[in-house]
Design a protein around this ligand. Sequence first.
Ligand SMILES: [Zn+2]
Length: 1026
Amino acid sequence: MFRKTRTALQKLRHLRFHGQQQHTWRPKSSSAQEKASRFRPEQKIHGFTVREVSAVPDLFLTAVKLTHDRTGAQYLHAAKDDSNNLFSVQFRTTPMDSTGVPHILEHTVLCGSEKYPCRDPFFNMLNRSLSTFMNAFTANDFTMYPFSTQNGKDFQNLLSVYLNAVFFPCLREQDFRQEGWRLENANPTDPSTPLVFKGVVFNEMKGVFSDNERVFAQHLQNKLYPDHTYSVVSGGEPLAILDLSWEQLRQFHATHYHPSNARFFTYGDLPLEQHLQQIEEEALSKFGNISPNTEIPPQPRWSSPREDHVTCCPDALAPDPARQNTLCVSYLLGDVTDSFEAFTLSLLSSLMISGPNAPFYKTLIEPKIGTDFSSVVGYTDGTKEASFSVGLQGLAEDDTERVKRIISETIDDIIERGFEAERIEALLHSIEIQIKHQSSNFGLALASYIGSLWNQDGDPVELLQINQRVSKLRRALKENPRFLQDKVKFYFKENPHRLTLSMSPDQNYLEKQIQAEKEKLQTKVGALSETDRKEIYDRGLELLAAQSETGDASCLPTLKVSDIQPTIAGDAVQLGSAGGVPVQFCEQPTNGLVYFRAVSSLNTLPEDLQLYVPLFCSVITKMGGGDLDYRQQAQQMELRTGDMSASWHIVADPAHLDKYEQGVVLSSSCLERNLPHMFQLWSDVFDSPHFEDEERLRVLVMMSAQELANGIAPSGHSYAMLRAQRHLIPCGELVEKFGGMEQVKFMKQIAETTDLSRVTRTLAQIKKHVLNPDGMRCAVNATPQKMSDAAAQLESFMKDATKNKREWKPVNPNISQRPLDPLDVHGPTAKLVYDPQFQPWEMKTFFQMPFAVNFISERIRAVPFCHQDFASLCVLGKMMSAKFLHREIREKGGAYGGGALVRDGLFTFFSYRDPNSDQTLSAFRRSIDWAKSGQFSQQDIDEAKLSVFSAVDHPVSPANKGLTRFLSGVTDEMKQQHRERLFAVNHRSLVEAAERYLGLGQRTRGVAILGPENERFNKDPSWIVK
Ligand SMILES: [Zn+2]
């Protein structure tokens, strides 16, 4: 995988820690923190020396810093009473070319190692473990390998595999050719077929750069830091990848994947000594010390600003085709290891950019010169020295000069006027909330939060002391009221190291790329002798043979099905009511936060308004309400709540595929002390949202449309899935309307409409249906101490809201009532709709897109969650993915990913960034034949079960406990029954399920593909081409 590092505040948003399992939040007698605090500096443990032991009260953890005596490897342990333990090791990887060497290395070290020489131990371990996370990332200047699990034995197993992979990989030439690149006959078994380029990373990066936002971000970084490692593409530039040799890959491993260049991080409640012992014994004891020389020098500063221009592919779905230019000014800031300066600058960046009260929002977004900020905006710290960027996308070419002028004027204006005290307060409040909010993968969030700074030799423990920085900032602001303005002057106004980068579409962009690849191919192929060609053919066959082997993975450690907990803990919710509206209460250790959700039915909404629901959701909390205009409202939301938002909600009944609930989910959170304020803000939204503000609406419409258009390339498989299910279940049509390609096209139309008055009237109409207590139910998660208070506040809010109550008739008269409490059939219900006439039908749709790769999905109507065959289908999906589809679609086909799963009662095949289409559709078919033939072992079944359970048992944060029950009607009893059925799945039930549901002609299926122009679909009348 390859990623860009998140910006600091974004990362902070993910920095939430995981609460404990039921009832374990009471202080334990000897907690993990306490035990860790007993280590002493200079203490020696298993080849390591303790350097520092620090309490981090903000995050309820104890940090222990160590170094490895012989190799100099650095180690940080964060002890916390969280059973979701995490390990990660990161290496500083600083490529000096764009061949993608660190990225291809990241892939190939996972392909087999000395102790685990089997093919693909990484993918095999996914099925032999109960991991809650396993992955690897290539960032700009480091490569990280993290995993997490709640099981101690599993932790040791995974640690052993990870250590062996990174320090003792096989790095076979064949692995390099499979994961990196190779020349091969289009059909490897037919030497007369033309030679083409193949390889997983090669295709992955072609996919990455199908995304214009990524193209721009990459150029911006490369050009702002032109003198060292940041001037190249660490993930690999597709054509440059073709210059990398296997020997260069091995060399890069030898110099970069050494303990002296490594940073280890562990997190959770497992004992540190045990980790250190295993790491020393299995890896570090076999190494000496080297000088890796991977430090990154500071970027030499420019004496005058620079400008540059790049081109991109035209976007067929851009809200306004005539406005597709991007312009952005990027400033080089200070070293990220100065954590207080970095904190100040990221806060300053939010003040300048985020939300309707920010100066750049007012001067750039609201005049509607572009559709949205440029893809890179604000503070970015994935580099040694941070940067700040501001600009617009969706610009007309004529407006670029104007944007430059506005940026410079806005900076002058900020220096002169500064920021309101209340805005600074609101931002500091949001930091408080972010620290208190708990996520289910806190260890991973920590690893990601400290990764970049630690990589530059900054102090990761200091970085965790967030409240210290907040206090320091408060002092600085008190001592010097112009503190922030002075920073703006220094870093922006007077900083000559700034780049103005523009990007415009080029009609021939894609063609030029294809041409360049063709030329590269011709050069390489032209230089081949007959012997070379023969060798390529032979090696293609060899690789194919290796890929086709079932492979013996018995060298790998594994958990057993008997290691899985037989029963679930249960969510323990209570049902009550407030102002006549049913409420689900869930007491949780929420760390002083209250979470509120409401589902509101769409049963009464006329059909012709349906397409507007997603827009309604995205603007309803952003238009202003009551006495507050949208700016004041945004300020109050930031000052008083974690967030307030709405989203559409369509969920099939767990017991019936053809019944579904349609609605809107409202959600928000706040500190306990702000409960009355939060409900007041909701009241304002309910009573009088300011839809009449057309100017505001236009800004939001453009941003939504742009966001949708930008979202297709990174998540094309989701769009393919939604389209494929369209005619298989009664809610398919509506889901496509709300979240599929139909919605993307609809929003493009709205963005092109000059008169929005009809839209504002429609939104006001939708409001009457949605913000109506008549079809509503609520859920509150709070601490036991605060629950009664929260209930009273909700009661008074709901009483107030009853003035909006209206009793409309449902549009569809076929309503089925599902009791919220299954034991109380006369109690409150969720009202589901169904269509007695519904008949599923087959459809195949192809969307021609300006992409270099395909996204494919085929879906088959199967059974709902409560059906007895559902468990077999889940296991079947995992097994077919791991044992068949992975090999065919990724290894042989060169797609970035692909597999099968069960979602919404549909058996679902998919592929992601896939160079093929027919070949993949055929792999789907063949996987079914394989399943029906029953050629799999008990070990295969057990592995698939482990993999299903690791998803089923994924930790749930206190904020989200009880939520599946609230939103989908899945009760603890249903979950337990599903669990027992999973345990009972056997060879026979799998073969039967494959025969009954997946065989051709058994069940209705749908197919959808998003991909580049394809003659085959144009000619075949069974395909609808869009
Ligand atoms: Zn990758």
